[in-house]
Design a protein around this ligand. Structure first.
Ligand code: CA
Length: 698
C-alpha cells in the first residue's frame, strides 16, 4: 500500500477523521497522510530516509547512526534547547523515541506512551496502560520502558505487567491488547518490541526472580500469536511446549542441563536486544543470564545450559531455530547476551563478511558471523579477570577460581555489566563503535545452599565487598572501539560507572549523557568534547536525531534509569526529586527550562520506639534481602528518611498490608511476618540515628 494514499475503504472513518484532524496540526506530515505509516519497504529503506528515526536503532541494522550533518563538529557550539516536555514521574526513563513524518512517539516510565509534534513538542496524545502498580516490585531495575515500535499506523508497547498493546498512531486509542506472560509469575516487560513482515515480537524480564525466558511474535493487525520461542528447557516431565522452540530445546539445549533447574525458572529472558536481519531474513535474539545465577545451584554445576547467554537466530516467520553462539557457557555471574546487537558488513582482510557485533556484560567485544553463528573474535574492552581470552573455536579460557566454588572471588566485570542496556552506536564514517562501558567489580561467594525466597531475588551468590583486601573502584567510560582491529581508539573517562546510550552522526559527532546530568557531544573521530548541556537529572537513554522542515533535531530522554536509579547509592542525591523529561535540541534553539528547586532532602527519621539488639540484627538481614535492591538509589524513597518508619502501624500498613501497592511497593506478606517487618524498622531506626549523629551523611 502506498503510505501516502490510504485505501479509504480499509480505514474506519472515525480513525481517519482523527488522523487527519491531528495531522493537519503537525508540520512534518501532509494532511492526507496516515500517521505512523511504516511498512516493510519503508523500513528496508530507512538508511536513506534522513528525516525519520523509524526503528529502535534507527534501521534494522540498529547502528544508531544518522548521516544528518547540519549539527556537526563545526556548528555544534550553536546547539541549544528547541523544546522539552516534562513527564509525570521521577522513575527511570530509558526509552529511545521513534520519529515518523514529524511525529515523535515515546514510551515513559510505567509503560506510558506519548505522541508529540517533533518540531514543537505539542502533545498530540497520551496513553496510560493502567498497570497494576504492585507489579512494580517485580522489576529488578525500576519500572522503565525502553521504547515503542511503529508499523502501519499502529504503535506497540510492552507493559511492566506483561501485556503487549497496539495503539492507533493517530489517536493513541488501544486497538488490541494481549497478555504475553503468565501474570501469576514475576515477569515484567521493559524492552522495546521490534517489527518486521507484519509481525511484532516482544520478550520479557524477571530472571533474578525465577522465570523462564521466551520471545513471542504476534500478528501486527490482529494481535494473534504467530510463534513463541523458549530460550531454556522447561520441566521435562511436562512434555514439549507446543512452541517453535520444541525441537531445538529437545535436540540441542536439553542435554546441556542438569538438576531441577525449572523449579527456579532457568532464566534466559530476552529483556532487551532483538534484531531483524533483513539481508538474511532472520531474527537474532539476545538471551539473558541463568536463574539463579549460581550454576551449581541451577544445574548441579554441570553442562553449558543452552541457550543462556547466547545469540540465537530464528526464522522470522515460524520462530524455528537457525543457529546460536553461546558467549558464556555455564553462565554463573549474571552475564547476559541481551546487550544491543549491531549488524554490519566488514572486511576483516578476506573480503566483506556479514557480522553481528555485541559488547555484552562479560566484558568481551564479539564479532560473530551472522550467516552461520560461527565465532570470529572476542577481545576485552574493559578489565576482565573471569577469563583470559577465547579459543579459536569460541570457548572462553576461564581463570581457575573464577567460579567462586571454594572461596569468594572478586570478578571483573560483575553482573552489573561491563555494558548494560544503554545502547551503543556504530559510525560507518569513522568505523568505530561507541560503547557506554562500566567497570564495576563485585565479590561473589558460593551460597548454593542458602534460603530460597520464591518470587524474590534468588541468585545463589553471597555478595561481599571485597575478597582481596584492596578497595574496589567503580568507574565508567565511553569507549570508541575499532571492531576490525578489536582495539580501543579513544575513551572519555567518567568517575562514575553509569553513562548513557550513544548516537553517532554524519556531522562527526557522538552524543551521550551521563549520570551527573550532562548531555555531551564528542568529536566522533578524536573524542574531543565539543559541547555539553546540564539536564539536572541523569541522562542515560539512547539519543536520536531527525529532521522536520529541513531542520535537524537531537532528542534524548532524561531521568535516572535502570538499576542505578534504585539500587546504587550515588553521589547525585542532590537532584533526587525532579521528574523525567524529554530534551530536544536544534541549532539556535530558543527554549528555556524554568528554574527548578530540587525537593529538599528529608532529615533522617526519628523513631521513638525502643528495639533490642536481636531485633536490629534480624532486621538488618531482611533489609539486605528484600529492601536495599530498590531503596538505595535516588528514585525510590530512602527508608532512613521515610516518615513511615516513625510509626509502627503505618509501617505495617505499607510493608505487610500493601497500602502503597499502587506506587509499586507491593505487600511483602508472603515473605515477611509482621514481627520481621518490625525488625526491619528497628534496623532502619538504628541507621537513621547513626546518620543523625554523623551529620546526616549516608
Ligand atoms: Ca540479570
Amino acid at each position: 500500500m502506498d503510505r501516502a494514499r490510504p485505501r479509504l475503504g480499509y480505514v474506519s472513518s472515525i480513525v481517519l477523521a482523527t488522523a487527519l484532524a491531528v495531522a493537519t496540526s503537525v508540520a512534518g506530515i501532509a494532511a492526507t497522510q496516515r500517521m505512523g505509516w511504516i511498512d516493510q519497504a519503508r523500513l528496508a529503506a530507512a538508511e536513506t530516509d534522513l528525516d525519520n528515526w523509524m526503528g529502535y536503532g534507527r534501521t534494522w541494522q540498529e547502528q544508531r547512526f544518522s548521516p544528518l550533518d547540519q549539527i556537526s563538529d563545526k556548528t555544534v557550539r550553536r546547539l541549544k534547547l528547541a523544546w522539552y516536555a516534562d513527564f509525570d514521574t521521577i522513575r527511570g526513563q530509558e526509552a529511545t523515541p521513534i520519529v515518523v513524518d514529524g511525529v515523535l512517539y515515546t514510551s515513559t516510565a510505567w509503560s506510558k506512551v506519548m505522541a508529540m509534534d517533533a518540531a514543537t513538542g505539542q502533545v498530540l496524545w497520551r496513553f496510560d496502560p493502567e498497570n497494576d502498580g504492585s507489579k512494580g516490585v517485580h522489576a529488578c531495575c525500576d519500572v522503565v520502558n525502553r521504547g515503542v515500535a511503529v508499523w502501519k499506523g499502529k504503535v506497540f508497547v510492552g507493559t511492566i505487567d506483561g501485556r503487549l498493546i497496539a495503539l492507533d498512531a493517530a489517536s493513541g486509542k488501544p486497538l488490541w491488547s494481549v497478555v504475553t506472560v503468565d501474570q501469576k509469575q514475576p515477569y515484567t516487560i521493559t524492552g522495546a518490541p521490534r517489527v518486521f513482515k507484519d509481525k511484532v515480537v516482544i520478550g520479557n524480564s524477571g530472571a533474578e526472580l525465577g522465570v523462564r525466558g521466551y520471545v513471542t511474535a504476534y500478528d501486527t493487525e490482529t494481535g494473534k500469536l504467530v510463534w513463541r520461542y523458549y530460550t531454556v528447557p522447561g520441566n521435562p516431565a511436562a512434555g514439549p511446549d507446543g512452541a517453535a522452540s520444541d525441537e531445538a530445546l529437545q535436540r540441542i539445549a536439553g542435554p546441556t542441563w542438569s538438576g531441577k533447574w525449572w523449579t527456579l525458572g532457568g532464566g534466559g529472558t530476552v529483556w532487551d536486544s532483538m534484531v531483524y536481519d533483513s539481508e538474511l531474513d532472520q531474527l537474532l535474539i539476545g538471551v539473558g543470564n541463568g536463574a539463579p545465577w549460581n550454576h551449581r545451584l541451577r544445574s548441579d554445576g554441570k553442562g553449558d545450559n543452552l541457550f543462556l547467554s547466547s545469540i540465537v537466530a530464528v526464522d522470522p516467520d515460524t520462530g524455528t531455530y537457525k543457529w546460536h553462539y553461546q558467549e558464556t557457557p555455564a553462565e554463573t555471574w549474571d552475564y547476559t547476551a541481551t546487550q544491543q546487537m549491531i549488524l554490519v558488513t566488514l572486511d576483516l582482510g578476506q573480503g566483506p563478511r556479514k557480522l553481528v557485533m555485541q559488547a555484552p556484560k562479560n566484558g568481551f567485544f564479539f564479532l560473530i558471523d551472522r550467516t552461520n553463528g560461527k565465532f570470529v573474535s572476542a577481545k576485552p574492552y574493559v578489565p576482565v579477570n573471569w577469563a583470559t581470552g577465547y579459543t579459536a573455536d569460541g570457548r572462553p579460557i576461564e581463570r581457575p577460581g573464577a567460579r567462586y566454588a571454594d572461596r569468594p572471588e572478586t570478578i571483573y566485570p560483575s553482573g552489573i555489566g561491563a555494558h548494560a542496556w544503554m545502547p551503543m552506536s556504530y559510525s560507518p564514517r569513522t568505523g568505530l563503535v561507541y560503547i557506554p562501558a562500566m567497570e564495576v567489580p563485585l565479590t561473589y561467594g558460593d551460597n548454593a545452599k542458602g534460603a530460597i525466597h520464591p518470587g524474590r531475588w534468588n541468585t545463589g551468590v553471597a555478595f561481599s565487598r571485597n575478597a582481596d583486601g584492596k578497595p574496589l573502584v567503580n568507574k565508567g567510560e565511553l569507549i570508541a572501539w575499532d571492531p576490525i582491529r578489536q582495539k580501543e581508539v579513544w575513551r572519555h573517562q567518567y568517575d562514575w560507572p553509569w553513562n548513557g546510550g550513544t548516537l553517532a552522526t554524519g556531522g562527526n559527532l557522538v552524543f551521550q549523557g551521563d549520570a551527573r546530568g550532562f548531555f555531551h557531544a564528542y568529536a566522533a573521530d578524536s573524542g574531543k568534547e565539543l559541547w555539553s548541556f546540564q539536564a539536572r537529572r541523569g541522562v542515560l537513554a539512547g539519543p536520536i536525531t531527525y529532521r522536520v522542515g529541513g531542520k535537524q533535531y537531537v532528542a534524548v530522554l532524561a531521568g535516572y534509569g535502570g538499576s542505578m536509579g534504585v539500587a546504587t547509592a550515588s553521589p547525585f542525591q542532590r537532584y533526587p526529586q525532579l521528574p523525567g523529561r524529554i530534551l530536544v535540541f536544534a541549532l539556535d534553539g530558543t527554549a528555556r527550562t524554568p528554574p527548578e528547586a530540587a525537593t529538599p532532602e528529608m532529615p533522617p527519621v526519628q523513631v521513638r520506639d525502643r528495639f533490642t539488639d536481636a531485633q536490629r540484627a534480624d532486621g538488618a538481614k531482611w533489609y539486605a534481602t528484600f529492601c536495599q535492591i530498590c531503596h538505595t538509589g535516588p528514585v525510590n524513597p530512602d527508608l532512613m528518611r521515610s516518615a513511615v518508619a516513625a510509626d509502627k502501624d503505618a509501617w505495617q500498613a505499607v510493608v505487610i498490608e500493601g497500602a502503597l501497592a499502587g506506587n509499586g511497593m507491593a505487600s511483602f506478606r508472603d515473605y515477611l511476618t509482621p514481627a520481621q517487618a518490625e525488625n526491619i524498622r528497628a534496623h532502619v531506626a538504628a541507621q537513621a540515628a547513626s546518620m543523625r549523629t554523623s551529620g546526616g551523611a549516608k
